[in-house]
Design a protein around this ligand. Structure first.
Ligand code: ATP
Ligand code: DGY
Length: 523
């Protein structure tokens, strides 16, 4: 596991790998091969959402040093500032907050992923570390993104700090993705183990993050506005780095500072949908039944300011900028890619065919059926604000290589006991789609990576494929369908060309969902 927690310096590992796709068209003006270039593009785009700069964009001290400005709001500082935080990007956020506001900070507690401090230190990212005698206490926990005893201890320390605050105090809450697992405080009699099991089962059955977090909120003391309630009457400012499509503040890290009425009917529907209602532990039934007749009703959060400080949109904008600098016509399709990974892979497979045909000379056009199927699939996936027409028009007008960019988080329904993550599974499925029919005179390259640097419980951030994947796999006797049937994408990529198609970044210290890069080059 230690290797998984390493934050590697940029591209420290990529150049060490053989680059198997060596055709002249895969080389760009910079002389770098496309796999290497795509990985570098991914990493520098992730660099655009590092927590420190994000925080500085919204927080400032006025010149007197007595007022904290958060966007257009001001808060009095008089040695009354407290800080709590939970999430994969929170160490860097806390370090930036401490740098700016240290002299006003009375006390803080943060809950961050196991091993993150050592990883950040190894990578020499000093700016993401707290000061040696920091007033912020750090808890590390939630290995593999599951709530554990260490995270529970952190949650209780955070609750205690919040409950001790008065109306004169200001609580800064730093929130990022992964926060749900790092802030577990189950409502008794639900136990940590029961919550862990339920979360695992829901995730494995393909529950969306909205569904998962609806259940988490109903069973938690601090989620769904519970933390804000604990901090009342102090003023609360939450700075949120979004890892959910559309940036819904009530869903990110299960909205601990967002008013929420726990709708028991919603919970029961979700539990029904995933076949879990019948087997619920008695404790869960008890808590749900109690919530239904809660005399206090929905939690109110009038004392809270919730601010989104960054999201996947920024990663895509930076990737687009960099791709254009490299000579691509780059278009952002959507920052809201979601849906079942199989459909999302089909979408990219068809997109490569349809866009590829528009890029190559007349006569090579994709069939009308493929065009229709692409649009049907896009409609079925219900991707908000998808720029499909714009992208296809841009491709048709492009005279050279094209890069189509998207971000989001597809869901995987686990069927096997294999090792993988949604990015590696998506890349493998896209590779399989690309191999279904000849693509014409075009090179296609697809990369999918998690911006947090860890794809599922693996050491990789993601993987990349070309239209050669099926041939490459066959040459090594690897049966793509068999690996996919067991959700074993990581094992597949470890074996394919000695792991050359895996994307390694180490923990990045940030977390704004995944990025998908599709490169098309006429031959
Ligand atoms: N063998 C596998 N193959 C494919 N996907 C998997 C596999 N095992 C787990 N996953 C998926 O990995 C996801 C969990 O990954 P991870 O822990 O990186 O979560 P995350 O969504 O990035 O976390 P957060 O949003 O809380 O930061 C789940 O969606 C799960 O379905
Ligand atoms: O922590 C969580 O709930 C997920 O990462 C979504 O924010």
């Amino acid at each position: 596991m230690a290797a998984a927690l390493q934050v590697l310096p940029r591209l420290a590992r990529a150049p060490l790998r053989p680059l198997p796709w060596r055709g002249p068209v895969a080389r760009l003006a910079s002389g770098m091969a496309l796999p290497e270039q795509a990985q570098q593009l991914f990493e520098s785009a992730v660099g655009a959402v590092l927590p420190g700069p994000m925080l500085h964009r919204v927080l400032a001290l006025d010149p007197s040093g007595k007022q904290l400005k958060v966007r257009d709001r001001s808060f009095q500082l008089r040695h009354n500032l407290y800080l709590v935080g939970f999430g994969k990007a929170v160490l860097g956020m806390a370090a930036a907050a401490e740098e700016l506001l240290g002299q006003h900070l009375v006390q803080g507690v943060i809950s961050v992923p196991k091993g993150i401090r050592a990883a950040v230190e190894r990578a020499g990212k000093q700016e993401m570390l707290l000061k040696p005698h920091s007033r912020v206490q750090v808890f590390e926990g939630a290995e593999d993104n599951l709530p554990d005893r260490d995270a529970l201890r952190a949650a209780l320390a955070i609750r205690q700090l919040a409950e001790g605050l008065t109306a004169d105090d200001l609580l800064l809450v730093l929130i990022s993705g992964g926060g749900s697992a790092l802030l577990p405080a189950p409502i008794p009699p639900v136990t940590l183990e029961e919550k862990q099991t339920l979360t695992k089962l829901l995730a494995a059955r393909g529950a969306t993050i909205q569904e998962l977090n609806t259940i988490r909120k109903a069973l938690s003391q601090l989620k769904g506005g519970g933390l804000a309630q604990a901090a009342y009457p102090a003023q609360v400012v939450s700075l949120i780095l979004s890892d959910v499509v559309g940036d819904p503040i009530e869903v990110i890290a299960s909205g601990p500072t967002v008013a929420s009425a726990h709708n028991v009917q919603d919970c029961l529907h979700i539990l029904n949908r995933y076949g879990l209602r019948a087997a619920l532990p008695r404790s869960v039934k008890t808590v749900l039944a109690r919530a239904d007749s809660d005399p206090h009703g929905p939690r109110t959060c009038g004392h809270v300011l919730n601010v989104i400080i960054g999201s996947n949109v920024l990663v895509l904008a930076e990737a687009q900028r960099q791709a254009e600098l490299l000579g691509y016509r780059a278009v952002v399709l959507s920052a809201a890619m979601q849906g079942d990974v199989k459909s999302v892979a089909q979408f990219y497979g068809l997109l490569a065919r349809v866009a590829g045909a528009r890029l190559t000379p007349p006569g090579a056009a994709a069939s009308e059926e493929e065009d229709t199927e692409l649009h049907r699939l896009a409609a079925e996936l219900q991707l908000p604000a998808l720029q499909l027409e714009e992208a296809l028009e841009a491709v048709a007008g492009a005279q050279g290589p094209v890069c189509l960019l998207a971000g989001g988080e597809p869901t995987v329904q686990l069927q096997g006991s294999g090792k993988g993550g949604r990015n590696q599974e998506l890349a493998l499925r896209v590779g399989a789609e690309l191999g279904r029919q000849p693509l014409g005179p075009i090179d296609v390259f697809f990369l999918s990576g998690g911006t947090d640097g860890q794809d599922g419980p693996t050491e990789a951030a993601g993987a990349w494929v070309t239209s050669e994947l099926a041939n490459q796999a066959a040459a090594e006797g690897l049966d793509v369908a068999a690996f996919l049937a067991h959700n074993d994408s990581h094992s597949f990529f470890c074996r394919l060309q000695g792991g050359a198609h895996l994307l390694f970044t180490g923990l990045t210290g940030t977390n704004v969902m995944d990025a998908h890069l599709l490169f098309l080059r006429p031959q």
